[in-house]
Design a protein. Structure first.
Length: 316
């Protein structure tokens, strides 16, 4: 009877600890979604901190924003958050739930000091190192950041540009080096050959544009020279029909010189010759012996009332 009673007590105690342990883990997980600090009385606090999205280039793995969990054994004073939440959920008194929580904390510390590792589901793993200091490794199974709900990590294969790769390979073949495809894959100079191929493409494009521009200027210069030669030839043919001058008959012309005089009475000076001609017509209509004198040193067209040999006559 004594052995049977002891077995029953052991099974009941085992069931109690399993129920309490699983319950505390479950409630801690629920609170981590809403709070940045969840304290287990007389044991320590689980803390969360925002972590930005991460892209692991080595494996092409994308991790969404999350909460990073840490543990601080110095924060062990009861703040009432965990105990009150569990009491409301289990419909039990605060004192009864606090006692169960302290019992769990005591069992956790005993397990750690015995050298075992304490695994808290979806939260992390605790253990003591050789110096007796508590270590914590967070679990990445659950993302406690509610704004990232539904987002999970995924692996995206690297994007390869086949068309660009083919163009680079074609340019590599134009480089004055004899490289077989097998050697190209084995050698370590392939990245430099790609850069050289791109540089060669840029230089060839620039040289083509420069050659086209130079050829256009050369053609234009040749056309101008040909036109000038043709004009010069036409002028020479039109001016000089024969190297021997023609013998023309002498002509005698009787020219009567009209004396205008050296003293002029200026009626006006105009920038445009048409205005000067109009002024001459107006003065002649009024009875003046008006004439167009010509352009002065300032580029103005001069008109006179009259021209006289005797200055005294001009003054009258």
């Amino acid at each position: 009877m004594l052995i049977k009673s002891s077995l029953l007590e052991f099974e009941a105690l085992k069931f109690f600890f399993i129920f309490v342990f699983m319950g505390i883990e479950h409630y801690i997980q629920q609170l981590l979604y809403r709070y940045n600090c969840v304290v287990v009385p007389d044991f320590g606090a689980f803390l969360t901190q925002m972590k930005s999205a991460v892209l692991l280039k080595s494996t092409n793995t994308f991790y969404p924003p999350s909460k990073r969990i840490s543990f601080n054994e110095q924060l062990s004073s009861n703040d009432g958050l965990l105990v009150s939440y569990m009491a409301n959920a289990e419909n039990k008194s605060y004192e009864e739930m606090l006692k169960q929580t302290l019992d769990v904390a005591k069992a956790w510390r005993k397990q750690l000091h015995s050298g075992e590792r304490l695994k808290i589901s979806s939260i992390g793993e605790l253990w003591l190192n050789r110096e007796g200091k508590l270590q914590f490794q967070p679990s990445n199974e659950v993302n406690y950041l509610t704004s990232s709900y539904g987002l999970s990590s995924f692996v995206s294969p690297g994007v390869t540009r086949e068309k660009l790769k083919e163009q680079v390979v074609e340019l590599e073949e134009k480089i004055p080096f004899i490289i077989t495809p097998e050697q190209r894959e084995r050698t370590s100079f392939r990245p430099y050959l790609k850069y050289a191929a791109i540089l060669l493409l840029a230089l060839s494009t620039g040289m083509t544009a420069y050659r086209f521009y130079g050829e256009t200027l050369l053609k234009k210069q040749l056309v101008l020279e040909e036109a000038q030669t043709l004009v010069s030839k036409n002028i020479q043919e039109a001016t000089f029909f024969n190297s021997k001058p023609l013998e023309l008959p002498e002509l005698e012309l009787n020219v009567t010189k009209k004396s205008k005089g050296n003293h002029h009475i200026i009626a006006g000076a105009f920038r445009i010759q048409e205005n000067a001609d109009k002024k001459v017509t107006q003065l002649r209509n009024k009875g003046y012996d008006a004439t167009y004198l010509g352009v002065n040193s300032y580029g103005l067209h001069q008109v006179t009332y009259g021209s006289f040999e005797n200055p005294e006559e001009a003054l009258i």
